[in-house]
Ligand binder design. Structure first.
Ligand SMILES: O=C(CO)[C@H](O)[C@H](O)COP(=O)(O)O
Length: 216
């Protein structure tokens, strides 16, 4: 199976969202990656439900939503209503992670869990069988355009082992500082989905940049 490419709309031109959504529709990208930040869990505020609902009206691809917010349980139903297909919560933001994963499934979405750079993969041992996706953060969440943290490569290998041992069907996604160089190392380590924001949207030809990632 080819690598799943999920351009992050955090790096779109917010004055031209419709144009950039259509660019992703027309590209070889597989998913729209949607970063929701609350200014509490992370030191930045991005956007919320009106933008996701607007994207849903035009999106021809899966909406992969990464929520960097406290109390994620409070908003699970709202994300489902806005049209999210895969909802990824942070391990560090969940007190009752097993319950949160169940609530995401009950709301009709696929469930993912994201791990901050300092969080070991082993914390997922007791929930891995229930997950559709594991998101390894290769930057500290909150901002696009940060430097890739190489420890993520080892964490991808550890996640691959955990998935194989448990028989889970979870996909391994990586987010932060992804370009063709870091992306190649991640794919070799076992990553199946790559998020890329600034590398795509700061390039002269975003569609060609998406294609270059797709070929990894
Ligand atoms: O989750 C995120 C930040 O918290 C972004 O998706 C991530 O940083 C992607 O941006 P870039 O590719 O520019 O590093």
């Amino acid at each position: 199976m080819s690598i799943i490419i999920a351009p992050s709309i955090l790096s779109c031109d917010f004055g031209n969202l419709e144009r950039d959504f259509e660019l992703i529709n027309q590209s070889e990208a597989d998913w729209f990656h949607v970063d929701v930040m609350d200014g509490v869990f992370v030191p930045n505020i991005s956007f919320g439900f009106p933008i996701i609902s607007a994207l849903k009206k035009v999106a021809k691809k899966t909406i992969d939503c990464h929520i960097m917010i406290v109390n994620p349980d409070q908003y699970v139903a709202d994300f489902a209503k806005a049209g999210v297909d895969i909802l990824t919560v942070h391990y560090e933001a969940c007190t009752h992670l097993h319950r949160t994963i169940g609530a995401i499934h009950e709301a009709g979405m696929k469930a993912g869990v994201a791990l901050n750079p300092h969080t070991p993969v082993s914390v997922l041992e007791n929930v891995i069988a229930d997950l559709d996706l594991v998101l390894i953060m290769s930057v500290n969440p909150g901002f696009g355009g940060q430097k890739f943290i190489h420890q993520a490569i080892e964490k991808v290998k550890q996640t691959k082992e955990l998935i194989a041992k448990s028989g889970s069907k979870a996909i391994i996604e990586v987010d932060g500082g992804v370009n063709t160089e870091t992306g190649k190392l991640l794919v070799e380590a076992g990553a199946q989905a790559l998020v890329a924001g600034s590398f795509v949207f700061n390039s002269a030809d975003p569609k060609a940049t998406i294609s270059s990632l797709k070929q990894l």
